[in-house]
Design a protein around this ligand. Structure first.
Ligand SMILES: [Zn+2]
Length: 133
């Protein structure tokens, strides 16, 4: 993946790009690099934005990640109900726990990305983006 500038906000979120330039990556490793998936770039490699805009900013991401997990649980419960014709309770519990664990690198990342896009005053600045790369 290149550092290409992403104009579309939804795509920039999907690719975990810096909210200011939408060019630099927020994370230095891939989501399923399990030793390193929590490592975040301190600053944007393209525009230099400090991602943790204030100390403890990403504590709030824990709440976002909680709601993401609840969302995963509800959606998978509904899917299991219809796919397996209301299976036993243990099957719901086991499947949902497994899904939440499997998806945790993604929910960890996206809760931080969403935090920055939704709860910070940072605005997209086209001039800072790396359009030539
Ligand atoms: Zn940036």
């Amino acid at each position: 993946m290149s550092n290409k500038f992403t104009e579309n906000k939804a795509q920039a979120i999907m690719k975990a790009k810096c909210p200011r330039c939408r060019s630099g990556k927020m994370f230095s490793h891939k989501a399923y690099d399990l030793k390193n998936f929590t490592l975040m770039n301190k600053t944007c490699p393209v525009c230099g934005l400090e991602f943790e805009i204030e100390p403890g900013f990403f504590w709030g991401a824990m709440y976002v990640s909680y709601f993401v997990s609840v969302g995963i649980a509800i959606l998978s419960a509904v899917a299991l109900y219809f796919m397996f014709n209301d299976p036993d309770a243990w099957f719901y519990v086991a499947t949902i726990i497994a899904l939440i664990i499997i998806l945790s690198p993604l929910s960890y990342r996206y809760s931080r990305v969403w935090m920055l896009y939704m709860f910070s005053p940072i605005k997209f600045d086209k001039k800072l983006s790396n359009q030539l790369q």
